[in-house]
Design a protein around this ligand. Sequence first.
Ligand code: ATP
Length: 233
Amino acid sequence: MTLISLSRVVKKYSAGAQDVTALDDVSFDIEPAKMTVVLGPSGSGKSTALNMLGGMDTPTSGTIVAAGEEISSYDDARLTLYRREQVGFVFQHYNLIPNLTAAENVGIGSQYSRDAMSPDDALASVGLAGRERSFPSELSGGQMQRVAIARAIAKRPHLLLCDEPTGALDSETGRAVIALLRSIAGTTQTAVVVVTHNVSVAAVGDATVTLHDGRVQSHVEHQVPISVEEIDW
Ligand SMILES: Nc1ncnc2c1ncn2[C@@H]1O[C@H](COP(=O)(O)OP(=O)(O)OP(=O)(O)O)[C@@H](O)[C@H]1O
C-alpha cells in the first residue's frame, strides 16, 4: 500500500530572468512503515522533493496524492491542516526553542493534535526519559536531535520527513539517530523519509530514491537493508 505518490512532478522556480527546474518529471511512491532515503548531490532537488511531500510547496505541474487525497490541488488552508495533522519534520540543526525545556519543545509540536502522545511518553520513546526538564543547552547534539524527533512523532504523523538529520552529528551519534528513525518506521505505520547526501546511509533504508539534476536517477528497493553498524560514515 502506498501512502504518498508523486506523479510526473515538475517544480520550476524563477530566479531573476531565468527559470530553475528543481524537479523535472519526478515520480515515486512512499510506503508506510518503511524508511525511504532520498539521495543526491547538492542542488539535485532533494529539499524541493521533501517540500512537495510535506505540503510546504506545490508543484508547477504533476500530481501528489497522499492517503487518497490529491494534495497538489489543495489551497494554503488545507495544506496547513495536512502538515499539522499528517506530517512530522526533523531538521539538520534541530530547531529547538532554547528557552523551553525538552518536554515543552515536544509539547509545542503536538499542541493542535487530538491524539498526541504526552511529551514525557514521546521523550521516553526516543530514549530520553529523565531529561524532560533539560534545556537544549544542557543536551548533546544527539540528544537535541532526539528531542526534535520526539517533537515530530508526538502527534503520531503518517509521514516523518527528515532533512539531513545526521548532518551536524558525529558518526556514532549519527548511526544512533538513523537506528532510531528506522525503528520508528519498523514499529509504527509511519513512513519515514530521510534526505541525505551520505551515500552510505542509503543502504540502511528499505528504499533509496536517487535524484540527479532534478530527475530520478534510480529507485532501488532493499529486500535486506544493511544494519546501522555497517554504515561506512
Ligand atoms: N526558492 C527557490 N528559488 C529559486 N531556486 C531554487 C529555490 N529552491 C531551490 N532552488 C533551486 O532548485 C534546485 C534544487 O534545489 P534543492 O534545494 O531542492 O536541492 P538539494 O538537493 O536539496 O540541495 P542541497 O543538498 O544543497 O540542500 C537548485 O538549483 C536550487 O538552486
